[in-house]
Write a protein that binds this ligand. Structure first.
Ligand SMILES: [Zn+2]
Length: 232
């Protein structure tokens, strides 16, 4: 029988994109509830670039806060400048993926091997270039609403977005499930959405519901990737 570390049968992970100021408040909630997440950053946009959405100004975080802000969590790639990667030729792909990874590694002193696809778009050429640049998994935005582990880590489909209208029944199903399989609950989003939707309390409820279960391994995406590749 297969287990996650600590003989646990369940794992929970989060994946949040774009490296924006609201990540600070988000990380405080994660840390309060002892949850682990992966943050997907555009190295070329750190410290600059802002946009407006529904009356809110959304700003990128500065380079110098990255290490402190994401301490204890995973930092992963999200391309250098956030294009839709399926529009790019090999040279530009190489730049978007290679320079994002290298910039983040130089900035953080960490080994970085994960990625979330900007706009959720990918194809075989994108995946080929990720392999060339040492990126080992890619998260999509294709919600499964189930708890399966990825068949192909370059098509790592999450369970659901935090605004899924059934999120609390999904969480209940996950926590109550009793099976011999390994189960993963994988939630994704952007922390600025909590300002736009004025629903930070919604996320706090999610965090509280998922926190403190002995049966659950709280892990970053990369910890799950490494563990699954070690036992398979
Ligand atoms: Zn993004």
């Amino acid at each position: 029988m297969r287990y996650f570390p600590g003989k646990k049968k369940k794992a929970v992970t989060f994946s949040y994109d774009d490296g924006i100021l609201q990540d600070k408040r988000f990380v405080e909630i994660l840390n309060k509830y002892k949850l682990k997440a992966t943050f997907n950053l555009n190295y070329g946009l750190l410290g600059g670039g802002q946009w407006e959405d529904r009356g809110h100004i959304i700003r990128r975080i500065d380079n110098h806060v990255v290490n402190d802000l994401y301490g204890g969590h995973e930092i992963a790639c999200h391309s250098l400048t956030h294009p839709s990667l399926v529009e790019l030729d090999e040279d530009r792909l190489d730049k978007e993926l290679g320079l994002d990874r290298k910039g983040l590694e130089d900035l953080t002193g960490r080994v970085i091997k994960g990625m979330a696809y900007p706009f959720g778009t990918y194809n075989d050429l994108v995946i080929k270039n990720m392999k060339k640049n040492g990126i080992v998994y890619g998260r999509t935005v294709e919600d499964t609403r189930n708890f399966g582990l990825p068949v192909d880590f370059y098509r790592w489909h999450p369970t659901c977005h935090h605004n899924d209208k059934n999120i609390f029944s999904i969480i209940d199903d996950f926590l109550n499930k009793d099976s011999d399989d390994l189960d993963l609950l994988y939630i994704w989003g952007h922390s600025y959405e909590f300002d736009l939707d004025d629903n930070w309390d919604h996320f706090e409820k999610i965090a509280e519901a998922l926190s403190g279960h002995d049966s659950v391994w709280y892990a970053t995406n990369m910890a799950i990737y490494d563990y699954m590749n070690q036992i398979d």
